[in-house]
Design a protein around this ligand. Structure first.
Ligand code: UD1
Length: 420
C-alpha cells in the first residue's frame, strides 16, 4: 500500500487548480442509467471512486470509456441490474444506482452497504422513499431487492436531509409517472448539479437547493453532455492547507458561493480569503485565532471539512470547540493528531481543540478520506518527516494531491508500497 511522506515546516506559495467535484460526478454517472443513449461527462476528477463507479456501470451492462477528465457511458448491451457486494463495500455511494435501476428497468439488486468508519450510515430513507414511489422492497441475503412496474409520483418526506438519499429519489422520481415532492431535501450544491443534469435529460426539476424539490416525471429521458462543477471540498482542503502551513496561494476554479460557511470561519480565524477572478487568494501570516465550529447540512459548515479545519485549530491561540452533528463517529483523526502533539479532548460529539505552539512529525495512519487529508495538512505544518499510511483513502477523493501540494512548494512524495 502506498504512503505519503511529507517534510513539513515550509510555507506554501503558488497556484493550484481545483478538480471536478467527486460527489457531483458520482450521482451524475449513475444518472446515465436513466437513458438508453450515450452520455458524456467532462471535468471528471481522476479518482478511485470514479473508477469504481465506472466498473459498476460496466457490470450493470453499460460500457464506459473512463479517461478523466472525459468519461463516456455507452448505450447498454444487456442490462444486469445487480450491484455486487465487492463494489458496494469499496464505495458506499454505489447505492446511487438503486433509484435509476428500479425506475428505468423495474428491478434492482444492490448490496446493502454496511457500517463504515464514521458511523452506521443506514439507507432507510432511500428505501422508504422508493416504497412511497411504488417500489416493492425486500432485503435478501444482504441485498436490497427492489421491483416496480412503473413508479408513481408521490410526496416523499425525509426524516433527515440525506444527500445521496435525496439524489437517489430525485433520479427515481424523474422517470415516475406524475409529480413528486421531496420534503426536507438535502440542499447541497451537488444536489443542485444533479437537478441541472436531470433537466438537461428532459425531466422537470425545480426547487433544488431548497428544502422542497419538485420533480415532474418523464416517460423517457435523453442522454446528456455535461461538465462537472468544481469540488468545493477539495477547494476548502487547499484553503485550509495554505492557512495551516502559512504563505499565500491562488486557488483557481473555487466555487466561492458554495463555501460561505467555511470562508466565514477561515476569516474569523484570521486567514485572508479574497475572491480573485475565478478563484480565491488565500493567505496567512500571523497567529491563527480559535473559532468554534458546528457541522451541519448545507449551507452550514460541511462535515467533510471538519477534520481539516481541526488541524488549523490545533495551531490557534485559544481553545476551539468543534461539534460534529452529521455523523456519529467522525473524530477518528483525533488520536493520530494527538500523536503529532495536538491537544484535543473529545466529549461526546464535541472536540475541545487547544492551540499548541507547533506539531511534531510522526508516522500516522489514515482512517477515512477526509481524516487522511487532515493528517497530510498536519504533516505540512510539523517540523520533520511525517509518513501518512493507507493513502488509498486519500486516492478515493483527492486527485494528485502530492502533485498539487508540490506545485505550492510543499515537500510531499508518494512512497509506493510504503506502508501496512
Ligand atoms: C454525502 C457525501 C459525504 C458527506 C455527507 C454529508 C456523497 C457521495 N457523499 O454522504 O461526503 O459527508 O453527504 O454531507 O455525496 N442517514 C440515515 N438514513 C438514511 C440516510 C442517511 O440515517 O437513509 C444519516 C446518516 O447516517 C448520517 C446523515 O443521515 O448520519 C447524513 O448522511 P447523508 O447525507 O446520507 O450522507 P451521504 O449521502 O452518505
Amino acid at each position: 500500500m502506498d504512503a505519503i511522506r511529507i517534510v513539513g515546516g515550509r510555507r506554501l506559495a503558488g497556484r493550484v487548480r481545483v478538480s471536478g467535484a467527486k460527489n457531483a460526478a458520482l450521482p451524475i454517472l449513475c444518472a446515465t442509467l436513466l437513458s438508453e443513449g450515450e452520455s458524456h461527462l467532462r471535468n471528471v476528477p481522476r479518482l478511485q471512486d470514479i473508477e469504481t463507479t465506472a466498473a459498476l456501470l460496466h457490470t450493470l451492462g453499460r460500457p464506459v470509456d473512463c479517461k478523466p477528465p472525459e468519461v463516456t457511458v455507452f448505450a447498454p448491451t444487456t442490462i444486469h441490474p445487480e450491484a455486487p457486494y465487492d463494489l458496494v463495500t469499496k464505495m458506499r455511494a454505489s447505492v446511487l444506482v438503486l433509484g435509476p435501476l428500479v425506475a428505468r428497468y423495474g428491478r434492482a439488486r444492490v448490496s446493502l452497504p454496511g457500517g463504515c468508519q464514521i458511523g452506521t450510515r443506514p439507507i432507510d430513507q432511500h428505501l422508504k422513499g422508493l416504497e412511497a414511489l411504488g417500489a416493492t422492497i425486500a432485503i435478501e441475503h444482504g441485498y436490497v431487492v427492489a421491483s416496480a412496474k412503473r413508479l408513481r409520483g408521490a410526496e416523499l418526506v425525509l426524516d433527515m436531509a440525506t444527500v445521496t438519499g435525496t439524489e437517489n429519489l430525485m433520479m427515481a422520481a424523474a422517470l415516475a409517472q406524475g409529480r413528486s415532492h421531496i420534503v426536507n431535501a438535502a440542499r447541497e450544491p451537488e444536489v443542485v448539479e444533479l437537478a441541472r443534469v436531470l433537466n438537461k435529460m428532459g425531466a422537470k426539476v425545480s426547487g433544488a437547493g431548497t428544502g422542497v424539490i419538485q420533480i415532474e416525471g418523464a416517460a423517457e429521458l435523453a442522454p446528456f453532455d455535461h461538465a462537472i462543477v468544481s469540488d468545493r471540498i477539495e477547494a476548502g482542503t487547499y484553503m485550509v492547507a495554505v492557512a495551516a502551513a502559512g504563505g499565500e496561494a491562488l486557488l483557481e476554479g473555487v466555487p466561492v458561493e458554495d463555501l460561505e460557511a467555511l470562508i466565514a470561519k477561515l476569516r474569523a480565524a484570521r486567514v485572508v480569503v479574497e475572491p480573485d477572478g475565478t478563484g480565491v487568494r488565500v493567505a496567512r501570516d500571523g497567529r491563527l485565532h480559535s473559532v468554534d465550529v458546528t457541522t451541519s447540512p448545507h449551507p452550514g459548515f460541511p462535515t467533510d471539512m471538519q477534520a481539516q479545519f481541526m488541524v488549523l485549530m490545533c495551531l490557534a491561540d485559544k481553545t476551539a470547540r468543534m461539534s460534529e452533528t452529521v455523523f456519529e463517529n467522525r473524530f477518528m483523526h483525533v488520536p493520530e493528531l494527538g500523536r503529532m502533539g495536538a491537544d484535543i479532548e473529545v466529549s461526546g460529539h464535541t472536540a475541545f481543540v487547544k492551540g499548541v505552539s507547533g506539531l511534531s512529525a510522526a508516522n500516522v495512519m489514515a482512517t477515512d478520506l477526509r481524516a487522511s487529508a487532515s493528517l497530510v495538512i498536519a504533516g505540512l505544518v510539523a517540523e520533520g518527516e511525517t509518513l501518512v499510511s493507507r493513502v488509498y483513502h486519500l486516492d478515493r477523493g483527492y486527485e494528485a494531491m502530492e502533485e498539487k501540494l508540490g506545485a505550492l512548494g510543499a515537500n510531499v512524495v508518494r512512497v509506493r508500497g510504503g506502508s501496512v
